[in-house]
Design a protein around this ligand. Structure first.
Ligand code: NAP
Length: 333
């Protein structure tokens, strides 16, 4: 693939989130949305008409088989991510798979290995990391202006009102639960900030039919560092994180998605009570994600960091889930 080649995309399933990503593929430079597949051909055709997709088909396999597809976006229930990622990889399609990458760390690892062996890129669908604000926040963390980093605290919640009759998040067999759906972001932000795996975790949850409706977690790291978070479907929208050091803190009130898309902001608080507000550039984060993915595959080199980060996030989530079920801390080897 040349440096200027257009990356041709297919989408598996007519998921709600796919509407936003389809718009991003249309808006992204060097990307073209070619085909959408659904379990139901009529649904695929209607969705294609609504979202300006030239072609549609009545199965996911047809999308993977199509010779005009370079990359696929997989927004299926998490329990289906492994199968469709590996099938896509075997056919040489690059894979942008929604979060959580899988439902277990062994599945996530298998997906990362499968994609690497077939020479295709794998990335999970966490968008905020591709926004310029993440680069600006990274610069602060790396600058030593907060002193030694000690603690990450984060929350991601929303309140279902009304509580849905049905949703993949309510089914354990589909990979549901607040930890994998929302905690994925909190755990990911923590690993992003510390750039290291925790040595021990502890979790507690409120369950409904074996699915965690909310989850609180604690993670311990080497060097006197710790992190905590809560997530859930039962509390008003919150999507903040704070990274605290020995001299100051970085606080972002909407890290998963800027509330004010035109002025994505975060704050640096100093020990003397003064603070500075930083405003980043305002591109749409979905478009940033698609453009980053297309740029990477045009290099014809694999970005190993993206799948590694997702597999590590999955490992930590799995240990947190295990801890909540056992009622005791779990060590990460
Ligand atoms: N990155 C983000 O910001 C973000 C935001 C929201 C969601 N997500 C992730 O995206 C994925 C999809 O979430 P969503 O809320 O958009 O899902 P959704 O609207 O429920 O859509 C899931 C799609 O999967 C297909 N599907 C196949 N088998 C299914 C089954 N047994 N039950 C339900 N759907 C099935 C369906 O497509 P067809 O019927 O057309 O085949 C359905 O439209 C999840 O992994 C979620 O965590 C990410």
């Amino acid at each position: 693939m040349s440096q200027t080649a257009t990356v041709r995309w297919g989408i598996l399933g007519t998921a709600r989130i796919a509407a936003r990503v389809a718009a991003a593929i249309h808006a992204a430079e060097g990307a073209e949305l070619v085909l959408v597949g659904s379990r139901d051909a009529e649904r695929a055709a209607a969705w294609a008409a609504e979202h300006d997709v030239p072609r549609s088909c009545g199965s996911y396999a047809e999308v993977l088989d199509d010779p005009d597809i370079d990359a696929v976006y997989i927004p299926l229930p998490p329990s289906m991510h492994r199968e469709w990622t590996l099938r896509a990889a075997e056919l040489g399609r690059h894979v942008l798979c929604e979060k959580p990458l899988a439902v277990s760390s062994s599945e996530a690892e298998e997906m990362a290995v499968g994609c690497r062996e077939h020479g295709v890129q794998l990335m999970d669908g966490v968008m905020w990391l591709h926004h310029p604000r993440a680069t600006d926040m990274r610069r602060i963390l790396d600058s030593d202006s907060l002193g030694e980093l000690r603690r990450v605290t984060s929350a991601f919640t929303f309140s279902w009102d009304p509580f849905p009759q049905d949703d993949l998040r309510l089914h354990r067999e589909l990979g549901g639960g607040a930890l994998l759906d929302l905690g994925w972001y909190c755990v990911g932000a923590t690993l992003w900030a510390f750039e290291e795996m925790p040595v021990r975790v502890w979790g507690t949850a409120r369950w409904r039919n074996d699915v965690d409706l909310n989850f609180s977690g604690q993670m311990w790291f080497e060097g006197q560092r710790a992190a905590s978070f809560d997530c859930g479907f039962d509390t008003v929208i919150r999507k903040w994180m704070e990274v605290a050091g020995t001299r100051g803190t970085l606080a972002c009130s909407d890290f998963t998605r800027p509330q004010n898309a035109d002025r994505p902001a975060f704050r640096i608080n100093a020990a003397d009570g003064t603070y500075r507000k930083e405003i980043s550039l305002p591109p749409v984060q979905e478009v940033c994600m698609i453009e980053a993915f297309c740029k990477q595959i045009r290099t014809e080199e694999l970005n190993e960091h993206w799948p590694r980060r997702a597999v590590q996030t999955q490992r930590v989530c799995e240990a947190l889930d295990q801890s909540a079920r056992l009622g005791e801390p779990v060590e990460l080897g």
